[in-house]
Design a protein around this ligand. Structure first.
Ligand SMILES: Nc1ncnc2c1ncn2[C@@H]1O[C@H](COP(=O)(O)OP(=O)(O)OP(=O)(O)O)[C@@H](O)[C@H]1O
Ligand SMILES: [Mg+2]
Length: 192
């Protein structure tokens, strides 16, 4: 299973590098900003995009402008634990951490209680329309998502090119209820 996931991850990341389109990123962001999931959220959490990942920098800036509480991931060193830390300035409150990805400073940025998060934007390599997700292989989000007050508080921004018909999943893999693509919103849990 591990090998199967790794092979698909490698193939889809190569495809993502080839197909990445910032106009599509902007379209996904615009859709998200129009949803109650975003608009009604007092507290939002999002990964900090890197490379050809769907951009979240514009989302983080907008949420700060909208006076929401904003939290970004921090992986506790030498553990499998991820926390969401609250930042007040972007990118000033971040510095390059593991693999050069921008991280908050645990000395300066407080941990947000997972049950306070109203909207969490989940990263991933590829997804199926029924909400199955292939991550980067750390298991961080599979461990974190069950701590949310409700799964309906999370969604993913997914380019159409990153939708696949099927992907290998294990019992710990958490399904994502809503995918936002550059063309549509997919309510995954309605699909069986
Ligand atoms: N809830 C969990 N409890 C214990 N171990 C887990 C849990 N979720 C994932 N793991 C372990 O983490 C490892 C990576 O899992 P997986 O391949 O699903 O990562 P991923 O979904 O790509 O990563 P991420 O969730 O960080 O995006 C696996 O070895 C798995 O057993
Ligand atoms: Mg997983």
């Amino acid at each position: 299973m591990k090998k199967e996931k790794q092979a698909l991850r490698r193939r889809m990341l190569a495809l993502r590098d080839k197909t990445h389109d910032s106009a599509a990123d902007q379209a996904m962001l615009k859709t998200l900003l129009g949803l109650d999931l975003y608009q009604k959220a007092a507290c939002i959490a999002a990964y900090v995009s890197f490379g050809t990942e769907v951009d979240t920098h514009a989302l983080i800036r907008q949420a700060l402008r909208d006076k929401k509480r904003v939290a970004v991931p921090y992986c506790v060193p030498k553990s499998h634990v991820m926390q969401m830390l609250e930042i007040s300035r972007f990118p000033e409150d971040l510095h390059p951490g593991t693999m050069d990805i921008l991280e908050p400073d645990p000395e300066k940025s407080p941990v947000v209680d997972p049950s306070d998060i109203d909207c969490l934007i989940v990263p991933g390599v590829c997804f199926t329309e029924d909400g199955r997700r292939l991550g980067y292989g750390g298991g961080f989000y599979d461990r974190y998502l069950p701590k949310l007050a409700a799964m309906s508080r999370c969604a993913a921004l997914v380019p159409e090119a990153m939708l696949v018909d099927s992907l290998p999943t294990e019992s710990h893999d958490v399904r994502i209820p809503k995918l936002i693509t550059e063309r549509r919103i997919i309510d995954c849990l309605n699909i069986e």
